[in-house]
Structure formats: C-alpha cells, structure tokens
Design a protein around this ligand. Structure first.
Ligand SMILES: O=C(O)CCC(=O)C(=O)O
Length: 308
C-alpha cells in the first residue's frame, strides 16, 4: 500500500500537481504547493518511440533506446548505485537489490517515471501498464555470464504483454556483460504456449547459438527493452569494474494472474486474494501509466503500436 502511495505521490510531484497539504504542528493544514516545480515537472516529458523502433520491437522482441532516461531520471542513478549490494549468493553471478520499496525520492521518481512507463506501454501497444518489479542488478568484475532464460519464468501473470527495461547505471561496453537476445524468440509458438515448463537446458540447446548482442556500448541514460518471452542471457563481465544496471518490469493493465501451480507462492506475494484468471492487480504493482479515456495520462498522445 505504501509503495502504491509513494509511486502516486512521485507522479503528482512530477506533474507539478498539488500534493495533499501536510498537517502542521497546530493541527492546521499547511498551505498547498500550487506552483509546479519546474525541475520535477521536467521529469514528465515524453520519449516518442520512433516507428522503426516500435516495428523492430514487434519483430524482434527487443530494442535499444538511446537517451531514454532524461537527466531527471538519471538523478536517481546515484542513490541507486550507492546502495550496498552485498555478496552474490552461491551459484549466482548477479547480486539483486529490490528497489520497489526504496524510500529515497530520487529512486522512487526513477522507478515510477511516466517517461519510462509510457515507453513500456508504447512498445507493448497498450494504453496502461503496471510496474511489477524494480531491481538493481550488479555483476561484479570478472564474474561469468548470466544464464539463458525467460523473464516470464518469474512472473505470476500471463506474460504476453509484458517487458523489461534494462538501464545501465554506469557506462557499459559489450565486454562488461550487456544483454544478448534471440531475435524473434518471443513469437515462437512453443515459447508462447509452454514458456513456464521450458528448461534452461532446452533453451540453451535450441537457442544458445542464436544469442546476439545488439550494442557495443550503452551510455548512462540508454536502455534496452526486451519482451518477457524473449530468450536472453548476459555476457560475462570481463572488466575490472562492477557492472550495475536497473531492470524495470512492466505488464499491461488487464493482464490476468497465471494458473500454473508453480506460480502459487508469487501469486500470494504479489496479488494477495486474487485468483488465477482474475485481473493481476496488487498493492505492490502500481499503475504507473494510464492513457485510457479518463486515465491520468489521457492527454498524452498514445502512439498505438498494433496490438499482438
Ligand atoms: O543483468 C543481467 O545480468 C541479467 C538481467 C536480465 O536478464 C534481465 O533483466 O532480464
């Protein structure tokens, strides 16, 4: 609940709208902030996804978005980077820090940013999206590759309209472990129908040779986006520096909770009280972009990519 509130508050501030007036010592309400803060308002700028990138996301299930995070979003990079990471658990190459409950305003503005969530909506060809997870991913110097996988394995909802934005928090080159994708894999019939039961060994044997790395280098503010059913992995970090990135996963409003037994624990955690087949709405999966009629972002021109 708190998370939903703080995302909503970040949104209000980013839009220069009035936040609820805080109570002051004598019980009276403090005067409302009526003027938008130009700095925060600047957060709410549109990143128009060019048609060719929408088309290539539809065809390939991944795309590179240069300069996606404006300077305001990047403001959140420093505190996100500064979080202490701890050690990678045995057998893992990447340290994961969950940021969804972060209290630092700059991190909250970053993970709830309408600029980022609007791009997720445009790529998916839907008018509204929820944020499912926000993770800082650290691959320490000299650590090996992130195994081939599907993000949908971890998602307790139907993943056909869902994606992850991966934003490096420091400049990264290919040799530091950027993501590698199998183009078009998210359209494979088998992947779409049986993603939950496919094993890593199967993905490796079937797609391992088809993984390709679309970029030599990503600057701070650049991002890659991949569909939840795109087969992918990440290269080893050959450098002597940690590779730190942010992964934000979004799903379309209207998505349903999955039916499989394997999702039971996550359904209880993310969607308490919601049954398989019902709308995937939970207290920790805030609606971060809504351009439906009457929705918060209705005035934004929605660049409708054809729905799948
Ligand atoms: O950062 C990594 O090494 C892996 C990230 C990944 O696979 C993802 O964000 O889906």
């Amino acid at each position: 609940m708190i998370r939903m509130f703080t995302c909503a508050l970040s949104f209000l501030l980013a839009n220069g709208l009035s936040a609820p007036a805080p109570a002051i010592g004598n019980g009276k309400k403090a005067p409302r902030e009526t003027k938008p803060s130009s700095v925060l308002a600047a957060d709410y700028t549109r990143y128009p996804v060019p048609r060719d990138l929408l088309d290539s996301f539809r065809a390939d299930g991944h795309v590179v978005l240069r300069g996606l995070a404006s300077h305001i979003e990047r403001e959140g990079y420093e505190p996100a980077k500064a979080l202490s990471g701890g050690a990678a658990p045995a057998g893992k190459t990447v340290i994961v820090n969950h940021l969804i409950s972060a209290t630092d305003d700059r991190i909250r503005r970053l993970i709830c940013s309408p600029r980022l969530s609007a791009v997720a909506a445009d790529l998916l060809g839907v008018p509204a999206v929820r944020l499912f997870s926000a993770m800082r991913l650290t691959k320490a110097a000299k650590r090996g590759e992130t195994g081939i996988h599907l993000d949908a394995w971890r998602w307790p909802f139907e993943p056909h309209r869902a994606l992850t934005l991966w934003l490096p928090l420091t400049e990264v080159s290919k040799s530091m472990g950027t993501l590698r994708f199998v183009s078009g894999s998210y359209l494979d019939h088998l992947v779409r129908e049986q993603y939950a039961t496919l094993r890593r060994e199967y993905l490796q044997a079937t797609y391992g040779n088809l993984l390709s790395n679309p970029v030599k280098k990503l600057m701070v503010g650049d991002a890659t986006a991949h569909h939840g059913l795109t087969v992918h992995s990440a290269a080893p970090n050959h450098s002597s520096r940690d590779r730190v990135a942010l992964a934000l996963s979004y799903y379309a409003e209207g998505t349903l909770v999955s039916a499989g037994e394997e999702h039971k624990g996550r359904i209880e955690r993310y969607f308490p009280g919601v049954k398989p087949g019902e709308a995937a709405v939970g207290p920790d999966t805030p609606l971060v972009f809504d351009a439906r009629p009457g929705g918060r972002d209705e005035e934004w021109v929605f660049e409708q990519a054809q729905s799948e």
